[in-house]
Design a protein. Structure first.
Lengths: 185, 245
């Protein structure tokens, strides 16, 4: 075995300078490399580049999407804050308005009540006055009749004569009134 | 150094093991990346993640960092193909039974270096016109009396030496690694066959050394794929921005 290798090596050394190429081997390497290069250009590089590009896009797209979502969220937050502020201002305004309105209503009611009470008082006074007048009139008639009856009983004189009776009553009343006026004075 | 051909068996100019491995590497790389890229999802599975990590390494750590700008993506396919083509073909050398880095045969290294050479010159001419050759060989800001020395140096280093070093760096490291592993293997075998028990025992030392060398070689295999691709990116970048250098 050993001898074989040595002899093969020496034979090889005699047969060929290692710097002199075998043309067939050059041809095979050239053809092999061209085939490989074709496959790489045609399939391998485009496939990998496509994935790289897609991945870069996916990552960048994801970042962009996240940024967009963030922006939307903060915009929504701003909007809610704004709405909250608005709502607070609105509530304050309504409260103020209600207070003012309540005061107004109270004042109105007070005024109305005062007017009403004045009206009722006046009405009552008028009524009292008219009733007094009615009472005076009816009293005058009653008192006349009673007095006449009484007087006729006392006097024993029939005062059936109306004219006379009326005259007597009137005279009596006139006396009474003068008395009353004197007392009033 | 040429292995016997497979078809017809034993003839040096036939279809060799190295050729089979080169074709196999194309199948391996294409299958892996097509499978990894087949079901593309935003959240990757294990295979897709591995594929993306490998692709992203060439795309970002080599193409984007070196070439930069907006149009680095145009050169990603070339750099990607080069890196994995060389990587897989180098790693063959670290796989037991196969143990043949394809670029320990110089032809493949010449081919790849030539492809890169014509690519960057083409890019330079397309970008700057024929003025590119002036930009690439006459450095700006150099005193006129030094130019007669600088211009020949620039021509030699950029247009003559560059493709040679580019190919031979890959080839030489792979060949050296291959030779070391082979020599260590046959050395161990030779020592184990010895009658003397002490001499037989020294084979353990060679084994330890061979394992260390094997680890180093595995590192160099990956490193050379990276270096080759990185230099390609640097050459392309130099051609693209020749006017600012």
């Amino acid at each position: 075995m050993n001898q074989m290798i040595i002899s093969a090596a020496t034979e090889g050394a005699e047969a060929a300078n290692p710097l002199v190429p075998n043309l067939w081997e050059m041809g095979v390497v050239l053809a092999g490399f061209v085939v490989l290069f074709y496959i790489v250009v045609k399939f391998v590089v485009p496939m990998f580049e496509k994935t790289f590009a897609e991945r870069a896009e996916a990552i960048e797209g994801g970042i962009a999407k996240a940024e967009k979502a963030q922006a939307e969220a903060s915009a929504a937050l701003e909007e809610y804050k704004q709405q909250l502020t608005d709502a607070r201002a609105e509530a304050n305004r309504i409260r103020e308005e209600a207070r003012a309105e309540g005061a107004q209503i109270l004042a109105d009611l007070k005024e109305k009540a005062a007017a009403e009470s004045a009206r009722i008082t006046a009405q009552a006074q008028t009524q009292i006055e008219s009733e007094r007048q009615a009472a005076v009139v009816s009293l005058r008639t009653e008192v006349g009749t009673l007095a006449t009856t009484l007087a006729s009983r006392i006097v024993g004189e029939s005062l059936s004569d109306d004219a006379r009776a009326a005259r007597v009553v009137d005279r009596f009343l006139a006396d009474l009134e003068t008395q009353n006026a004197g007392v009033a004075k | 150094m040429h292995l016997p051909a497979i078809v017809p068996w034993g003839v040096a100019d036939g279809f060799s093991k190295q050729m089979l491995l080169v074709i196999l590497s194309v199948v391996i790389i294409a299958t892996f990346f097509l499978l990894a890229a087949r079901k593309q999802q935003l959240v990757p599975g294990k295979l897709q993640f591995a594929g993306e990590a490998a692709y992203g390494f060439v795309r970002n750590s080599i193409a984007k960092d070196i070439i930069g700008g907006k149009d680095f993506i145009k050169y990603v396919p070339l750099l990607f193909s080069l890196f994995f083509f060389i990587l897989v073909n180098n790693i063959y050398g670290a796989i037991p039974v196969i143990q043949l880095p394809s670029f320990s045969h110089v032809g493949g290294a010449y081919v790849l270096a030539a492809i890169v050479y014509f690519t960057w010159i083409g890019i330079g001419v397309k970008k700057n016109g024929l003025k590119y050759f002036k930009l690439a060989t006459v450095p700006s800001g150099v005193p006129v009396y030094i130019l007669p020395i600088v211009i020949p140096i620039e021509i030699i280093s950029n247009f003559l030496v560059r493709p040679v070093t580019h190919s031979l760096r890959l080839f030489a490291t792979m060949l050296a690694g291959h030779l070391i592993v082979m020599i260590a293997g046959s050395g161990i075998e030779y020592l184990v066959m010895q009658e003397n028990i002490l001499l037989k025992g020294t084979s353990v030392l060679v084994l330890v050394g061979a394992i260390a060398m094997y680890m180093l070689e595995a590192l160099i295999m990956a490193l050379q794929a990276y270096v080759f691709t990185l230099l390609t990116a640097i050459y392309i970048e130099g051609a693209l921005h020749a006017d600012s250098h």
